[in-house]
Design a protein around this ligand. Structure first.
Ligand code: SAH
Length: 317
């Protein structure tokens, strides 16, 4: 019966994948950018009556806990207090559905079950030393950075969020101000524009590093920036197919071990920053400069022609 039910679930998933217009039936379902982080195995478990959707943040988190995605009480409290409402674009439908949502600049806020799995993998053992630092790479909406800061602030720790897209760094800041102004005032979280491949060397070492976009190879800078006893959660694998969500742990001697948490499909970490508003402004400024130079050289040409005309005809043109 179980196998039969699994087949039915897979067939239904395939049909919805085709309806979504994906390139490859089942694998393609997960490769849709707007459902990043949803792995095949998780898709199956979610399909089997494990619906995490809620009508409120508290209901959503209670469902994540009921379905064993959030196991520690303090993480349940954290996610309940960080309301998705503050991290989505205005007027979004289904705010508390367990789905990614567009946040602009070609990015999505990750689905709540992936936030839960990330928090559980990083902080679940409850071993959080005083003054710990965390880095959230590809912070996007800022949701996970705020969760990290609210866990660490109680222990005098700080969370840093970085994103390639300047617009998203600004939205992260604005969202954090709306959701947890006291954390911002207490300097328990900061956002910077930065390249995830390089990490944030000036604030390293970090006890916790979370990477919200997939890489083909683990950047060595991130291993270097991991503190002794630190952990790095990172999706590793090619774009558009299953990647491994790896938890890399560094021991006190600096040796690392890898553990696969699950299969996931995240959008990839970009080499170049996206075409943000800032990039558009710079492009427009360049164009204005170029037109100004052209206008200047045309003016010179006209003056020269006028001077020549005056010389030849002894009168003004
Ligand atoms: N975890 C976030 C969003 C994840 S989407 C949330 O839940 O809100 C992936 C993010 O990675 C996007 O915001 C994208 O801008 C960012 N990103 C992509 N390439 C990057 C890079 N090289 N450096 C930093 N951030 C990057």
């Amino acid at each position: 019966f179980f196998r039969w039910k699994m087949r039915v679930v897979l067939a239904a998933a395939r049909t919805s994948a085709q309806r979504l217009g994906t390139r490859r039936a089942f694998g393609g379902l997960a490769s849709q950018q707007n459902i990043d982080g949803l792995s095949n195995d998780l898709l199956i478990s979610l399909s089997m009556n494990h619906n995490n959707d809620g009508r409120t943040q508290a209901e959503l988190v209670a469902n994540l806990a009921r379905n064993n995605l959030l196991k520690s009480d303090f993480l349940i409290e954290t996610m309940t207090s960080v309301d998705r409402l503050h991290f989505l674009l205005p007027d979004q439908e289904g705010m508390y559905e367990d789905k990614p949502r567009n946040i602009g600049s070609n990015a999505t806020i990750t689905s709540p079950h992936m936030h839960a799995i990330a928090l559980q993998a990083l902080f679940g053992d409850g071993d959080i030393p005083m003054g710990s630092l965390a880095l959230d790479i590809g912070c996007g909406s800022g949701y996970l950075t705020v969760c990290m800061a609210s866990i660490l602030a109680e222990r005098d720790g700080v969370a840093y969020g970085i994103d390639h897209a300047r617009d998203l760094v600004q939205s992260s800041r604005r969202n954090a101000e709306r959701s947890h102004p006291y954390l911002v005032k207490a300097d328990a979280l900061h956002f910077f524009q930065g390249d995830g491949f390089l990490g944030l060397e000036e604030k390293a070492p970090f006890r916790y590093i979370h990477v919200g976009a997939a890489v083909e190879d683990i950047p060595t800078a991130l291993i270097d920036q991991l503190a002794p006893d630190g952990r790095l959660l990172i999706p590793v694998g090619p774009e558009g197919s299953d990647q491994d969500l790896l938890c890399i742990k560094k021991d006190t001697q600096g040796n690392t071990t890898k553990e696969k948490i699950m299969s996931v499909v995240f959008s990839r970490m970009h080499i170049e920053p996206p075409d943000t508003e800032e990039a558009k402004r710079i492009q427009l400024e360049e164009k204005v400069k170029q037109l100004y130079n052209e206008a200047e050289s045309l003016t010179k040409e006209i003056r020269n022609w006028q001077a020549k005309f005056k010389e030849e005809h002894s009168s003004r043109p």
